[in-house]
Design a protein around this ligand. Structure first.
Ligand SMILES: [Zn+2]
Ligand SMILES: [Zn+2]
Ligand SMILES: [Zn+2]
Ligand SMILES: [Zn+2]
Length: 304
């Protein structure tokens, strides 16, 4: 299972700097930084430069991406570079995944899923609703993971897309807001030898492409761990390792959306998922991927 990273971290609250000056009795009237002409009367000073009020308003001023108004006090800037008056927060819904304000101006509109998730038009463009497509992604990920030494080729793993209410029921008691869930069953002979294993992966439907890829890679790593590592492995090591497997995949994409997913993972304050990932990453940075996988095969407790 994977935790969806929450709202606020990627918003920087910034105070715009804007002063209004008056050039009334200056010996030498200031020049407008924008048009180069002399200024008489009221003018605007911004970041040390002087502007005609009109030049400033029409060409220089920071504008709100939602209402188009000039921003001259508190505003938010999202991961994607949209600047928005802080007053819109709470007024206009934000996308469940990318946190853009859902609007024609910023996010190409958006939709509300039947389970209540509000998802913007940009995330919808590559959202995964189709089982055949999801299977194709799974096949590709399985191959890429094998290249990293995480081999689950030949393990049968049926994949299901479910809505949020079903996902919440399935993962009850595990984590608050999962994007995926791996169901594992085994039957063993007396003496503990495993006779049969079976897996099912449930993924939240309608996830934006890179959220889906990352979450599915995480779940596939659970499958590898169920077949290769002690089953009662420490949760921080387990979830941190699954996130690290997702990171191995997602970091290869140049897209900004993929970077957003990596940023979320890296800065996730969750003590299991976020801290686990950072610890595993530190370990792998130092010792390499194969040492990490070897470690997982025979240890329940973290190496730190
Ligand atoms: Zn997990
Ligand atoms: Zn001017
Ligand atoms: Zn505004
Ligand atoms: Zn979105």
């Amino acid at each position: 299972m994977i935790v969806r990273k929450i709202v606020f971290w990627n918003w920087s609250l910034i105070i715009g700097l804007l002063l209004i000056g008056s050039a009334a009795i200056a010996d030498r009237p200031p020049e407008c930084k924008y048009c180069g002409k002399k200024i008489t009367g009221r003018y605007i000073v911004s970041e040390g430069y002087n502007y005609h009020v009109k030049c400033y308003e029409n060409h220089i001023a920071l504008r709100c991406a939602l209402c188009g108004g000039i921003i001259n006090d508190e505003y938010f800037e999202d991961f994607w570079g949209n600047t928005v008056h802080s007053k819109h927060k709470g007024e206009v819904p934000q996308c469940e995944y990318c946190r853009r304000f859902i609007s024609d101006e910023i996010s190409k509109g958006g939709v509300e899923y039947d389970d209540g998730r509000k998802v913007c038009g940009i995330c919808r463009e590559h959202a995964v609703d189709d089982v055949a497509y999801a299977e194709a992604v799974k096949t590709k990920l399985t191959k890429t993971l094998k290249g990293q030494g995480i081999d689950i080729v030949g393990v049968e793993v049926p994949l299901y897309l479910v809505n949020k209410s079903t996902m919440t029921e399935l993962s009850a008691g595990s984590h608050a807001d999962p994007l995926g869930f791996t169901h594992y069953e085994q039957t063993s002979y007396a003496g503990g030898i495993i006779a049969e294993r079976s897996f099912k992966i449930y993924m939240l439907n309608g996830l934006p492409r890179f959220e889906f890829i990352s979450a599915l890679a995480h779940e596939l790593m659970h499958v590898w761990m169920f077949t290769n590592a002690p089953t009662d492995i420490d949760p921080v090591l387990r979830e941190g390792s699954c996130n690290y497997a997702a990171f191995l995949i997602i970091r290869n994409y140049p897209d900004k959306e993929a970077r957003f997913v990596v940023d979320n993972m890296t800065s996730d304050p969750n003590p299991v998922y976020g801290e686990g990932f950072r610890r595993v990453k530190k370990y792998v940075d130092r010792h390499g991927v194969s040492k990490w996988l070897e470690y997982l095969k025979s240890n329940k407790y973290p190496p730190w």
